[in-house]
Ligand binder design. Structure first.
Ligand code: NDP
Length: 246
């Protein structure tokens, strides 16, 4: 029997990068996994096929995290197709490095909607039906606690908001036996932040382990927090950052 056999997981932004690694890992542990995407339909469909070929269950739902009704709809579709959700992973996020005096209010709202509001909306939609042993795992960012570049204030602020939301909701869901935690990745090699991208040499110099993280190394922490092993951890923010903030 696999550790997450019989569990239903819902992951936002699962088509690529860290989200796809989380979907793969939860599926490999035996969970049935629904995940959202916004544009990469082919990658989403490929991932569903890959999991099905390995004998697992996966469902891809197109749902823009910027749209409240789409997020609620994706949670509802997951429940109606797979059953009651046990594990929620709020991973979808965008970065937009730009001088603060050039950021438009539309860009401000877009980032807040995806990186912060959608986290609350998904938890509000899924939380009430979650049972004892349920797990909510948010993917924040080390940028909530450490910001080495200019033009990143809104991203850093939204990820700090996710850490605050995690503490608040951990209290709200604790009476149900549902834990709420926040993982703060350091630089991880993905489409958003390639290990050979513009910030890589600056970042690598500040990472104690001297390299970018792999998406699978974030998925490992998600798998741990999702497991029964992590039953006494809630409201926590856990850095998985190769020793950036130490
Ligand atoms: P990527 O940009 O590489 O992948 C983003 C994923 O999120 C894709 O699956 C994308 O879907 C999905 N997504 C983006 N916008 C939306 C939206 N509006 N609605 C639904 N899904 C959406 O990002 P990463 O994997 O690097 O980042 C994942 C999370 O980790 C983010 O929250 C990010 O802030 C955080 N993080 C990343 C770090 C890094 O160094 N990479 C460091 C710290 C935190 P689609 O394929 O359809 O576009």
């Amino acid at each position: 029997n696999k550790p997450l056999s019989g569990k239903i997981a819902f992951v936002t932004g699962g088509s690529r990068s860290i989200g796809a690694a989380i979907v793969r890992r939860l599926a490999s542990e035996g969970a049935s996994v629904a995940f959202t995407y916004v544009s990469a339909q082919n990658k989403a469909e490929e991932l569903v096929r890959e999991i099905q070929e390995a004998g697992g269950t996966a469902l891809a739902v197109r749902a823009d995290s910027a749209n409240v009704d789409a997020v609620k709809g994706a949670v509802a579709e997951t429940i109606s197709v797979l059953g009651a959700i046990d594990i929620v992973v709020n991973n979808a996020g965008i970065a937009n490095v730009k001088p603060y005096d050039e950021v438009t209010i539309e860009e401000f709202d877009q980032m807040a909607a995806i990186n912060f509001r959608a986290v609350f909306v998904a938890i509000q939609a899924a939380g009430p039906q979650m049972k004892e042993g349920g797990r909510i795992i948010n993917i924040g960012s080390i940028n909530a606690s450490w910001n080495p570049i200019p033009g990143n204030s809104l991203y850093a602020a939204n990820k700090a908001a996710v850490a605050g939301l995690t503490r608040g909701l951990a209290r709200d869901l604790a009476p149900k036996g549902v834990t709420v935690n926040n993982i703060q990745p350091g630089p991880v090699d993905t489409d958003m932040n390639p290990a050979d991208g513009p910030y890589a040499s600056l970042a690598k110099g500040m990472i104690s382990l001297g390299r970018y993280g792999k998406a699978s190394e974030i998925a490992s922490m998600v798998a741990y927090l999702a497991s029964p092993e992590a039953s006494f951890i809630t409201g926590a923010t856990i850095n998985v950052d190769g020793g950036v903030v130490i």
